[in-house]
Design a protein around this ligand. Structure first.
Ligand SMILES: Nc1ncnc2c1ncn2[C@@H]1O[C@H](COP(=O)(O)OP(=O)(O)OP(=O)(O)O)[C@@H](O)[C@H]1O
Ligand SMILES: [Mg+2]
Length: 253
C-alpha cells in the first residue's frame, strides 16, 4: 500500500522551477532518505508531503485520497496530523510554545483530556531523549541540539505512523546523532513509514531502505535501495553531494 504517490509533481516560485516533474511512490512501512545538494528541493518536497505547501502542480495522493489545495482542509479535519508527524529543518519555525513541557504537551493536549496522562507521556518521551531536566526551561534559552531533541520529542510523543523528518540529525553532537538514528531505526522496525532528509551519510544504512536522489536542477535522478545507491559514486557526484575524494562508507559515529 502506498502512503504517498506523486505524478508529475512540479513546484515553481515566480516561474523558477524548484521541483521538476517528480514521480514517486512511498510505500507504507518503508523508510526513504531524500538526498541532494543544498538547494536541490528536499525541504520544499517535504513541506508538500506534510501539507504545509500546497501550491504545486501535478497530482499527489495520500493513501487513495488526492492531496491538494481543495482537499487539504478535509484531510486535516480527518486527522492528517495525527497520522503525519513533520519535523521542520529550521527548528525555530517549529517550536512555538514558551517552555519545553508545553511544547511537548501541545500534541497530546489536542486528544487527551487527563492532564496526569499528558504529564506521564511528556515525561516518558523526555526521559527517552535525556531532556527531562529541561522540561521547565524557556525554549529561547536552549541550544540548537537541545531544540532539535525537543522538536523530535514533540512529534514522537504523538506516535504518528508517518514521519517526515527534515534533517533530524542536524545540530546534534555525535553521540546524539547515533542515539536519534537508533530511535528512528526502532520506529522503522516497528512499522512506521519514514521520509527523512539528511547530509549525514553514515546514518543512512541504519535508517533508510531506499534513497531518493535529487539533482541540482531539481529532478529525481534515481530512486533505489540504499546499499545500491551508496555504492554508485558516479551518481552521487552527479547529484553534487560528494566529490571524488569523499569516503562514503565511514564508520557510523
Ligand atoms: N520562497 C522562496 N522564494 C524563492 N526561492 C525559494 C523559496 N523557497 C525555496 N526557494 C529556493 O528553492 C530551492 C530549493 O530549496 P530547498 O529548501 O527545498 O532546498 P534543500 O534541498 O532543502 O536544501 P538544503 O540542503 O540546503 O536544506 C533553493 O534554491 C531555494 O533558494
Ligand atoms: Mg533543506
Amino acid at each position: 500500500m502506498n502512503v504517498y504517490s506523486a505524478k508529475n509533481l512540479t513546484y515553481k516560485i515566480n516561474n523558477k522551477i524548484i521541483l521538476d516533474n517528480l514521480n514517486f511512490e512511498i510505500e507504507k512501512g518503508k523508510s526513504y532518505a531524500l538526498i541532494g545538494c543544498n538547494g536541490s528541493g528536499k525541504t520544499t518536497l517535504m513541506k508538500i508531503l506534510a501539507g504545509v505547501e500546497l501550491n504545486f502542480e501535478g497530482e499527489l495522493y495520500f493513501f487513495d485520497k488526492k492531496l491538494d489545495k481543495s482537499t487539504f482542509e478535509k484531510l486535516f479535519k480527518e486527522g492528517f496530523y495525527k497520522k503525519v508527524g513533520y519535523l521542520f529543518q529550521d527548528t525555530d519555525l517549529q517550536l512555538f510554545n514558551l517552555n519545553v513541557f508545553d511544547e511537548i504537551a501541545f500534541g497530546p493536549r489536542q486528544y487527551i483530556a487527563d492532564e496526569k496522562e499528558i504529564e506521564k507521556r511528556v515525561f516518558e518521551i523526555a526521559k527517552l531523549f535525556g531532556i527531562e531536566n529541561l522540561l521547565q526551561s524557556d525554549i529561547l534559552v536552549l541550544s540548537g541540539g537541545e531544540k532539535k531533541k525537543v522538536a523530535l520529542a514533540s512529534i514522537l510523543v504523538n506516535n504518528p505512523d508517518i514521519l517526515i523528518l527534515d534533517e533530524p540529525t542536524n545540530d546534534l553532537d555525535p553521540k546524539s546523532i547515533r542515539f536519534v538514528a537508533k530511535v528512528l531505526s526502532e520506529l522503522k522496525n516497528a512499522g512506521k513509514t519514514i521520509i527523512l532528509s539528511t547530509h549525514h551519510f553514515d546514518v543512512l544504512l541504519l535508517l533508510a531502505d531506499f534513497m531518493i536522489v535529487m539533482s541540482p536542477d531539481h529532478r529525481i535522478l534515481k530512486i533505489g535501495k540504499t546499499e545500491e545507491i551508496l555504492k554508485d559514486k558516479e551518481l552521487l557526484i552527479e547529484a553534487n553531494v560528494i566529490d571524488e575524494e569523499f569516503e562514503i562508507f565511514k564508520k557510523i559515529y
